[in-house]
Design a protein around this ligand. Structure first.
Ligand code: 13P
Ligand code: SF4
Length: 303
């Protein structure tokens, strides 16, 4: 059954000149049929450089939207258009205008996990893999970091010379990981290294041996000689971790962090998206013009 679906996807992909991109949090069987699997930054770059006419983006809405902003001429299909990231909406109405009125030299730095409407009001986008580098490179002293409070706090610690104003957005999955849960895993696996995503709360990051994006965590686990790891991020990364290092051991906190939206991506829905081309992402020209500027600035500053 699964093989039959995979063959049909493969055939349609060639027929329609399509490329399949998948984030590390989508189910393993979806990652297995993707042409490119990666973190948010890598996938945005791949989308921009792709020569295919159709992009099937297995992730959540802000990822498909960013791909459409970067490649307006391409058809960007989402296997499940209802897969959305709740954090992408978490900036209170009027908050950005209020901050701009308060500080003359303010830069609004927008995590890519955000709606196109929020990007329109921002100066530069960042992802978890380039946020520190980009905030350091900005000439501005005052930074309003939206929407994620926790990534913002992590960046503020790395760039103490700047005034970073935090917003109260969060990822429900990463916020639910507690220091107590990590300590419990440490008791069971005392030699394990703790690898954490910067969307985690500060108490968890304080326990981490390494902090980085999903790709950062996966590369770190592969490159280091250690064999046991406590992984503080969404469970989907285990597919790549185990593929790279089948003999290493990866433990997650209890209860295991699972992003329900990422898990809406299934093989059946990828096939349906390719068959029907129904779920194409649309962005109005007016929104595209404004939202593209901070995304392009990110790609330049991250070089
Ligand atoms: P990265 O893969 O860029 O680390 O992002 C994590 C995330 O939460 C994406 O939704
Ligand atoms: Fe959003 Fe968190 Fe899911 Fe990432 S893991 S898509 S930040 S809800």
């Amino acid at each position: 059954m699964e093989n039959g679906i995979k063959k049909q996807i493969e055939r349609l992909k060639v027929e329609k000149n399509a490329v399949i991109l998948a984030h590390y949090y989508v189910p393993g069987e979806v990652q297995s049929i993707a042409d490119y699997v990666g973190d948010s930054f890598y996938l945005a770059k791949v989308a921009k450089q792709s020569k295919s006419e159709v992009i099937v983006f297995c992730g959540v809405a802000f990822m498909g939207e960013s791909a459409k902003l970067l490649c307006p001429g391409k058809k960007v299909l989402m296997p499940d258009p209802s897969a959305d990231c709740p954090m992408a909406h978490m900036v209170a109405e009027g908050k950005i205008a209020e901050m701009r009125a308060r500080y003359d030299d303010l830069a609004v730095v927008c995590y890519i996990n955000s709606t196109a409407e929020l990007k329109c009001q921002s100066d530069v986008c960042v992802t978890s893999s380039n946020a520190v580098k980009i905030v350091k490179a900005l000439p501005n002293q005052n930074i309003f970091f939206i929407p994620d409070e926790h990534l913002g706090r992590y960046v503020a610690e790395q760039v103490p010379e700047k005034n970073i104003i935090l917003n109260d957005g969060f990822c429900p999955r990463h916020k639910a990981i507690t220091a107590g849960q990590v300590r419990r895993q440490k008791q069971i696996h005392p030699h394990a290294l703790v690898l954490a995503h910067p969307e985690c709360v500060k108490d968890v990051l304080d326990l981490a041996d390494y902090i980085g994006s999903t790709a950062g965590i996966i590369n770190y686990a592969h490159d280091t000689e250690a064999e046991d790891f406590i992984i503080c991020t969404e469970h989907g990364v285990v597919y790549q971790l185990e593929k790279n290092d089948p003999d290493k051991h990866f433990y997650f906190v209890e209860p295991c962090p699972v992003c329900v939206n990422m898990k809406k991506n299934t093989l059946e829905k990828v096939l349906y998206a390719l068959q029907t081309e129904e779920s194409a992402v649309e962005v109005s020209e007016a929104v595209r013009e404004q939202a593209l500027t901070p995304l392009k600035k990110m790609l330049e500053l991250a070089k």
